[in-house]
Design a protein around this ligand. Structure first.
Ligand SMILES: Cc1cc2nc3c(=O)[nH]c(=O)nc-3n(C[C@H](O)[C@H](O)[C@H](O)COP(=O)(O)OP(=O)(O)OC[C@H]3O[C@@H](n4cnc5c(N)ncnc54)[C@H](O)[C@@H]3O)c2cc1C
Length: 361
């Protein structure tokens, strides 16, 4: 079976790898380079704790499990750290966080409340919490991922398994005849294929349009900045009340803030004042970042389908057309890669994906 995967981000590269591993003839196409689009602009913290919807929680929990298996299988260098801290400012929010941790722990999800003192002593010595007795949620099994590195590894593994990677070349069209996928046009060359996977991230709507399908995406830009530090002032990932901070490799830290994202406006333009605000929010939490140097700031567009949930699996508009367009793609790439490869090669639709099928509305 010949399958074209459009997009070598963390999602498309995972699907291409699993397909190639199972003997499919894979064409992995990207107009840029693996992991250099949204995947590079991601906070890239894998978790299920941030969602309440039971089906989405279940999928993400499996996503975490699959990432852990992949990390073992691939001797991964892309797990930057494991463990995540979250705390709130207002008392009411702290109480909500505490009850969320209790309900997660009750269903077996690794989560506990510790004091800020404990977190400073054992986990994050340089973080400034509101008070030594402040409650801090600790999620010891949630990793921070070097997502571009993961996408590059998966792409090269797919190629090692026989896939062809066409990089720096855009997909311009998808051929459909009698409601069946027939070919894909890359640059000016037409390649006959049996199936196409749309893993084009925030451009997933444009790729869907190539077969006449309407996929509406919520426009939600987010800005991240990478900082070079003299030391390693943070060890894992954390959500402080107004800013998220995580380790990004040796002497490097990545910061993101929903407060700043909300100011970007519909064009997603990050003015230098937005970056300054992001850095100053981060420095309030980790004072050691005071002399860190900005090495990169970028805006990514979260690939969020119309109702906030992933769009995964075959769509009715054309036989052989599959969608893998999702926010939280870092958390989900492993499980999506496995389940979509299964569905494409065997026709079996996994029940975990039932609530997320492209034609659900
Ligand atoms: C600020 C921010 C914070 C985030 N935080 C998290 C987080 O903490 N945890 C988490 O799990 N997720 C997070 N996400 C979401 C996550 O980053 C994305 O869901 C994930 O990166 C999507 O990966 P992808 O492979 O689908 O898309 P992308 O990485 O965008 O890859 C799509 C690829 O398709 C290619 N492409 C597009 N159109 C074409 C075409 N016509 N022809 C050829 N190639 C094409 C692009 O070049 C691109 O390389 C965050 C996102 C943002 C923006």
């Amino acid at each position: 079976m010949k399958v074209a995967v459009v997009g070598a981000g963390v999602v498309g590269s995972a699907i291409a790898w699993r397909l190639a591993q199972r003997g499919a003839e894979v064409l992995l196409v990207d107009s840029g380079q693996p992991g250099e689009a949204t995947t590079r602009a991601s906070f890239a913290w894998a978790n299920a704790s941030s969602v309440e919807d039971p089906a989405y929680f279940a999928l993400r929990e499996r996503g975490l499990h699959e990432l852990a298996l992949m990390a073992d299988e691939l001797d991964a260098q892309w797990v930057l750290a494991t463990g995540h801290l979250r705390w709130a400012a207002a008392e009411g929010d702290s109480a909500k966080l505490r009850s969320r941790v209790d309900s997660l722990a009750a269903r077996g999800y690794p989560a506990q409340i510790v004091t800020a003192r404990y977190a400073n002593d054992l986990l994050e010595p340089h973080v400034r919490f509101p008070h030594p007795d402040h409650p801090v949620a600790h999620f010891p099994a949630e990793p921070a991922i070097d997502a571009p590195r993961l996408a590059r590894q998966l792409t090269s593994l797919a190629v090692a398994q026989g896939a062809t990677a066409l990089l720096g070349r855009p997909v311009r069209g998808i051929g459909v005849s009698q409601s069946r996928i027939t070919d894909i046009t890359v640059g000016t060359t037409i390649h006959p294929v049996d199936a196409v996977v749309n893993a084009a991230g925030p451009h997933g709507d444009l790729v869907a349009k190539m077969i006449g399908r309407e996929l509406s995406l919520i426009e939600e830009p987010g800005c991240v900045a990478r900082l070079h530090c003299r030391t390693d002032p943070v060890r894992q990932a954390m959500h402080a009340p107004n800013v998220e901070i995580r380790v990004d490799g040796h002497h490097q830290v990545l910061v993101h803030s929903r407060t700043v994202d909300n100011k970007l406006g519909p064009t997603g333009y990050a003015h230098p004042s937005h970056i300054d605000e992001l850095l100053s929010l981060a420095r309030e939490v980790v004072p050691e970042l005071a002399d860190a140097e900005l090495v990169d700031a970028r805006v990514g567009w979260r690939p969020i389908p119309w109702d906030g949930f992933p769009s995964l699996g075959s769509a009715t508009e054309a036989r052989g057309y599959y969608e893998a367009v999702t926010h939280s793609g870092v958390t989900l790439c492993g499980i999506v890669g496995r389940l979509l490869a299964d569905e494409i090669l065997t026709g079996v639709k996994h029940p975990l994906l039932a609530p997320f099928r492209p034609n659900r509305r």
